[in-house]
Design a protein around this ligand. Structure first.
Ligand SMILES: C[S@@+](CC[C@H](N)C(=O)[O-])C[C@H]1O[C@@H](n2cnc3c(N)ncnc32)[C@H](O)[C@@H]1O
Length: 227
């Protein structure tokens, strides 16, 4: 492991807004070096009863941080498996004294271990890996397998999900899966910047991968649905 990565992992242990599930085969979460219970306790952790929004595959956490900055009446939790990426968002949030954003390092497959079914209000999936090879499709965060994981984890009521992706194949795949399952699509925008001023500020937040792909000429697509 590179020295930079090791330093970031060390620093993560001193960040009050980072929760880590080190061994992905158990449900133990640590904050720093302390084991903490998070399931059913997120409102207590944030110190308020404001709605909680998840960002799945948050990477460097740009979406979570910017949404938190723009909306102090909601709490945001970025989830990713990669600690060195989360490090950046967590650092930004601490530097800006944002106390309505936190990060959870774990596998998204295990989400049910860390949230009560009624604890989360809305979910964003930002630029997930497209896994273009057909045999790998079950790893797509929008595959039927993952939709079932979300539905099981958050089974108390319907809520809104958002997907933003540069990958047109993944976007079409998502629309097919959502349609096949009969979920209600709220908004579907191909090439969001084509609509320019008509799109909401929240859709204009840009992540590392969005900028990267846009610079390579990719169009950005968005769909939201309820399930
Ligand atoms: C292409 S990156 C996008 C990151 C960020 N949303 C952005 O737009 O810059 C996809 C992210 O998904 C994370 N990821 C993929 N599968 C995951 C899983 N099963 N559990 C947790 N994180 C996952 C990866 O670690 C990676 O950071």
């Amino acid at each position: 492991m590179s020295k930079g990565k090791l330093e970031k992992f060390k620093e993560l242990e001193s960040m009050s807004n980072v929760f880590q599930n080190h061994r992905f085969d158990d449900a133990v979460v640590v904050q720093g070096l302390e084991e903490v219970e998070v399931k059913g306790r997120w409102h207590e952790i944030f110190g308020n009863h404001n709605p909680i929004v998840l960002e799945l595959a948050c990477g460097r956490g740009e979406y979570s941080v910017q949404m938190a900055k723009n909306n102090s009446a909601k709490n945001f939790i970025g989830i990713d498996i990669k600690g060195n990426r989360i490090h950046l968002g967590a650092k930004m949030a601490l530097e800006e004294n944002l106390n309505n954003v936190a990060f959870l390092r774990t596998r998204i497959e295990k989400i049910q271990s860390f949230f009560n079914s009624n604890e989360v209000d809305e979910i964003w999936i930002t630029f997930p890996d497209p896994f273009p090879r057909f045999p790998d499709r079950k790893n797509r965060l929008i595959s039927p397998k993952f939709l079932d994981i979300y539905r099981q984890a958050f089974c108390d009521r319907r809520r809104t999900y958002h997907l933003k992706t540069d990958n047109y194949g993944l976007f079409r795949y998502a629309l097919g899966v959502l349609d096949g399952r009969g979920y209600t699509i709220q908004t579907c925008l191909e090439d969001i910047y084509h609509y320019d001023k008509k799109i909401s500020d929240i859709l204009k937040i840009q992540t590392y991968y969005e900028v990267l792909h846009q610079n390579q000429g990719a169009k950005i697509n968005y769909v939201s649905w309820t399930m």
